[in-house]
Design a protein around this ligand. Structure first.
Ligand code: SF4
Length: 130
């Protein structure tokens, strides 16, 4: 093996490890117990020491949710769930329907976050609106 091939190969392996550790730390950072203290302006509930879902392992990295869809210009159906989650529901108010995610915890699970991870939140959420 030449110096150069070792060098290039090692660089790839190194990059993979750096990527993995950084991702893990970023996800940990977004755990409610941490981010609700470090970035109080990230969510209006943090100032009230509240969570959107009463679960112990709440992670905020994928709030809102990559499965959420919305259309501000629609007349009646303003938002919906693209996977029709069994824990999702609809709320209707004055003829306008919105998606109710209050009982669905899919995007707050760290396994789900790792599976759909990208450092760009916008990229993960790109299908939420057209
Ligand atoms: S119901 Fe669940 S999966 Fe569907 S958009 Fe809401 S949080 Fe996401």
């Amino acid at each position: 093996m030449s110096y150069l091939s070792w060098f290039k190969n090692h660089s790839k392996k190194h990059q993979e490890i750096v990527k993995k550790v950084a991702t893990f730390e970023l996800i940990e950072y977004f755990r409610w117990e941490n981010i609700s203290k470090t970035d109080i302006d990230f969510c209006p509930l943090f100032a009230q020491n509240r969570k959107c879902h009463d679960i112990s392992n709440l992670n905020c990295y994928l709030c809102a949710c990559p499965n959420f869809r919305f259309d501000d210009s629609a007349k009646s159906l303003k938002s919906w769930c693209s996977i029709d989650s069994k824990d999702g529901a609809k709320i209707e108010h004055e003829g306008i329907i919105h998606q109710d995610c209050s009982k669905c915890t899919i995007p707050h699970d760290e396994g789900y976050i790792k599976k759909h991870f990208d450092s760009s939140w916008l990229k993960i959420m790109k299908k939420c609106h057209s």
